[in-house]
Design a binder for this molecule. Structure first.
Ligand code: ZN
Length: 521
């Protein structure tokens, strides 16, 4: 019975994708200069087929009409830098962003130990900067809170972690680089660099398959519920590995997943039909970890961080990528790392051509402490700045992490969004989830409220960076504008009300992936 029903009728999702849909809203913000606003949009076959003011003018027959009363329709958002599975694990498990003390953190571990299935406990989002104890939980405290279960808590910036005493003693971590030790030389539980990477990979292998599957579904459903229809997944061998990356590339998800693989391996991406590589391809580390590469020493440290890549090797790799027309996304935060990226690309432009480099649209991920003199050179190379406005909201401002690490002068120059935009460098907004939560409206707000007035973006530029910036960064020319022929990637938001506009509808390639129940029609 079931089989014959399946044959006579396509699955519900397929039906929904094939029947033309006419969306009618209070207004439509199109980004099309020929028709900046409208009221109705028709979608068929995954594309926009008609845009107009009077729904009765729509030439398509047999449409399913959906009225979005009290809502504005716009191109869907793109989150141009996420770590999906880790974010899903945190969303479905232990999210420590709200913790303000060691005890908060331990209480969360105790609470989750009772309710989350599986063996190992994975949490993320803690940031001990500003905590009264000025430290994360210790290995002993975690072992007690988790009652013997292995526990790993990743720091908000993703570049450090703490683990429990039992795991610390059992895992081959103590010989790694990056193990913090107390006065008598005993590991405290805090791991950085190589040790943090190894611990995350070890824990990942301990997680049951179902926990990973649930995490993946949770995070993309969450993205769709925010009006996001495309995310740029920054995958890599650490911590999730190639099977997780392939799950993202091959799965049927409610949002588009554009995959970036963090190793400088062109064969790996070619085998998967990708024309982009990098993402978490690190030229340096982070400001929180004092590992971002600076041109002069940290204000609260002894050195200036360091570059992770040899310039000659980086240049060789970039030249091979440009010749293969492969886009490269480089993680560069400190001024020294950004300079290395610019100089390497300029060397490549000399041996290929600046047109060839521009064609690949190089991406700088984070791109935080940008020397002003590099701005026109970045624009000339066609660099996209893949930026995180929310970082300023979390770590900028007086007394913040950036000021502590860098001093007042340099911290004022962090995340110079306005200067980048004014120089002609395209901005693409991303959350770096789970470093900060996926939240496009929060990113737009943070860009307008940058703690440095001169760095603030106007509302329209900020909105465009959240909508179109990611399309430009992914070299997609057929998405991001509400115009016939473009991909039907749309989001509807309730007009008015306080706080973040509520997403009432998300459409990915013509398929309604969020909000179908909440609209009339
Ligand atoms: Zn990242």
């Amino acid at each position: 019975m079931q089989a014959s029903a399946d044959r006579s009728e396509p699955p519900r999702a397929e039906r929904a994708a094939t029947q033309p849909v006419l969306l009618v809203a209070d207004r439509v913000r199109t980004l099309d200069p020929d028709r900046p606003t409208a009221r109705a949009v028709c979608c068929a076959g995954g594309r926009i087929t008609w845009v107009g003011d009077d729904p009765d003018d729509c030439p398509t027959r047999d449409v399913r009409r959906i009225d979005l009363d009290g809502a504005e329709l716009q191109p869907a958002f793109v989150d141009a830098h996420v770590h999906l599975t880790v974010t899903g694990l945190t969303l479905a498990g232990l999210d420590l962003h709200a913790c303000r003390t060691v005890e908060d953190c331990l209480a969360s571990v105790r609470a989750i130990a009772d309710v989350v299935p599986g063996h190992a406990i994975w949490g993320g989002g803690w940031d001990d900067f500003g905590w009264p104890e000025r430290r994360p939980p210790s290995a002993e405290e975690l072992a007690r809170a988790a009652e013997g279960r292995p526990v790993l808590l990743v720091r908000a910036d993703g570049h450090a972690a703490v683990i429990d005493r039992v795991t610390l003693d059992a895992a081959p971590l103590s010989r790694c680089d990056g193990v913090e030790r107390d006065a008598v030389g005993r590991p405290t539980g805090l791991l950085r660099r190589e040790a943090a990477e190894l611990a995350r990979s070890w824990f990942r292998a301990e997680l049951p398959r179902t926990q990973l599957t649930d995490a993946r579904r949770t995070v993309v459903d969450h993205a769709a519920s925010l009006g996001i229809s495309s995310v740029h997944e920054m995958g890599g061998p650490d911590p999730m590995g190639d099977d997780d990356f392939d799950a993202w590339l091959t799965g049927d998800w409610p949002v588009e997943v554009v995959g970036y693989w963090s190793e400088p391996d062109l064969d790996f991406v070619a085998a998967r039909g990708l024309t982009q590589v990098g993402g978490a391809l690190l030229l340096d580390g982070t400001v929180a970890g004092r590992s971002a590469a600076l041109e002069s020493a940290y204000a609260d440290g002894v050195d200036a961080g360091h570059l992770y890549q040899e310039t000659s090797e980086l240049t060789d790799f970039l030249a091979r990528a440009v010749r293969a027309r492969i886009q490269v996304a480089l993680h560069c935060i400190g001024d020294r790392a950004i300079r290395q990226a610019v100089e390497a690309l300029e060397s490549v432009a000399e041996v290929t051509s600046s047109t060839a480099v521009r064609h690949t649209r190089p991406r700088f991920e984070h791109c935080e402490l940008v020397p002003a003199a590099l701005l026109p050179r970045m624009a000339a190379l066609g660099v996209v700045a893949s930026v995180r406005p929310s970082f300023d909201a979390v770590w900028g401002g007086p007394g913040g992490l950036y000021e502590t690490r860098l001093g007042v002068g340099r911290s004022a120059g962090m995340n110079p969004l306005r200067a980048l935009s004014d120089a002609g460098v395209t901005l693409a907004f991303g959350s770096d989830a789970d470093v900060t939560p996926m939240d496009p409206w929060a990113a737009i707000g943070a860009a307008q409220r940058h703690h440095q007035v001169a760095a603030r973006l106007d509302p329209d530029t900020a909105w465009r960076a959240a909508v179109l910036g990611g399309r430009h960064a992914a070299r997609q020319h057929d998405a991001g504008v509400v115009r016939p022929g473009q991909r039907a990637d749309l989001a509807g938001f309730a007009i008015g009300g306080d706080g973040t506009p509520a997403c009432v509808l998300t459409v990915t390639r013509g398929r309604i992936v969020h909000g179908e129940q909440s609209v009339a029609g």
